[in-house]
Design a protein around this ligand. Structure first.
Ligand SMILES: Cc1cc2nc3c(=O)[nH]c(=O)nc-3n(C[C@H](O)[C@H](O)[C@H](O)COP(=O)(O)O)c2cc1C
Length: 358
């Protein structure tokens, strides 16, 4: 099978960037960084190899936005020192040379941290509530976070700004603000984790305030010719079965609010892109598309030609994580319409070992 004139292999333009196809490498944390918060060389090589092998878009792992409270996993990366900027700069340049667009994802874990994981050892969140489940990496309960003061909020926003500056200095084509998966920004957005009674809590408009402030502060330091994306989900890494938003109306209100912000695309992360959502007969991409004209990226169990073709019916770009991680030839094999496996989370845990990726 080699029918290249379908949507999946038709280029798409977002602002001033043309993506050669609609298959991208989803952001994936690799916990490989050294003491200088710089990833292992094979982690860099893995990203460049995916660009070389045909991905239209390559995301970095989630980059931690400060030294104080942003880190949620061991050995995450940062991009504020010159050494870090130089190391990532080579990767951004290589990805461009191979013809893909590069996006660096920025992340603050909020309450998804543990004691001692951050150099300054703070665990902060919108409200002093921990997830119900234990941390699978430590086997212990997540610590109860400190409720963020307005000073904390501004300090964290500054971390996003400094990190965005680093990503721009390294030459990335764009930045994504990680507002998904139950991490800090998502914690503010969802009434499941945000019980504040000040201007940052209560009605969705208020819970949205922190996300809006981060977006606007980051936007102010990004040149006009670079991209700013935002990632969102209705689920978190902890307490996974909880619906973080109350239903299709709250979801669509949130999407409308995001669409009024100076962002260039929305990335929606799901368990399975094809699943219907919130008891409706529509999937997350369809529900999102109904209320926004922003370019849309979708992710969740997209692993072969059939699923990728189906995913781009309702979205502009299909992202794959586990299959991109484990199969270096995914794009070509999707193009050929090969039978491809759906990898499990356990298989993807290879990302967190010292073993080199293919
Ligand atoms: C090893 C691994 C690391 C991940 N790290 C991140 C991350 O840093 N940022 C993020 O937004 N999502 C992260 N994810 C989630 C993926 O981007 C994606 O949303 C999820 O795996 C579903 O896609 P899939 O079914 O194609 O694997 C990670 C997933 C895996 C498997």
């Amino acid at each position: 099978m080699n029918e290249d004139n379908n949507k999946l292999f038709t280029p798409v333009t977002i602002k001033n960037f043309t993506f050669k196809n609609r298959i991208g490498v989803a952001p994936m944390t690799r916990i490989s960084a050294d003491e200088a918060s710089i990833p292992r060389q094979d982690v860099f090589d893995f990203l460049v190899r995916r660009a070389e092998n045909g991905a239209g878009l390559v995301y970095t792992e989630a980059i931690v936005t400060d030294y104080e409270s942003a880190q949620g996993y061991p050995r995450q990366s940062r991009i504020t020192t010159q050494k870090q900027i130089d190391a990532w700069g080579k990767v951004a340049a290589e990805i461009r040379k191979k013809g893909a667009v590069s996006i660096m994802q920025l992340f603050h874990c909020g309450r998804m941290a543990w004691e001692g994981i951050n150099p300054a050892n703070r665990v902060i969140a919108p409200s002093p509530l921990s997830p119900q489940q234990d941390n699978p990496m430590t086997g212990a309960p997540y610590p109860v976070p400190e409720e963020m003061s307005v000073f904390d909020i501004n300090h964290v926003i500054n971390g996003f700004v400094e990190t965005a500056r680093g990503a721009m200095a390294a030459g990335f084509d764009g930045i994504e603000i990680h507002g998904a998966h139950g991490y800090l920004i998502n914690q503010f957005l969802s009434s499941y984790s945000n019980k504040r009674t000040d201007a940052y809590g209560g009605a969705l408009e208020n819970r949205f305030r922190f996300a809006r402030e981060v977006i606007q502060a980051v936007k102010a330091v990004i040149p006009d010719d670079r991209l700013l994306f935002f990632r969102i989900s209705n689920w978190g890494i902890a307490d996974m079965s909880v619906s973080l938003f109350s239903g299709p109306d709250e979801w669509q209100d949130l999407i409308r609010m995001l669409s009024a912000q100076p962002i260039d695309a929305l990335s929606v992360s799901t368990y399975n892109f094809a699943d219907t959502a919130f008891g409706t007969n529509r999937n997350m991409a369809q529900l999102t598309r109904e209320v926004t004209n922003l370019p849309l990226l979708i992710c969740g169990k997209i692993h072969d030609r059939k699923t990728a073709d189906q995913a781009v019916l309702d979205a502009d770009i299909a992202l794959s994580a586990k299959s991109m991680l484990l199969n270096p030839n995914l794009v070509e094999e999707i193009r050929e319409g090969r039978d491809l496996p759906l990898y499990s989370a356990e298989e993807a845990n290879r990302a967190y070992t010292g073993e080199e990726l293919p």
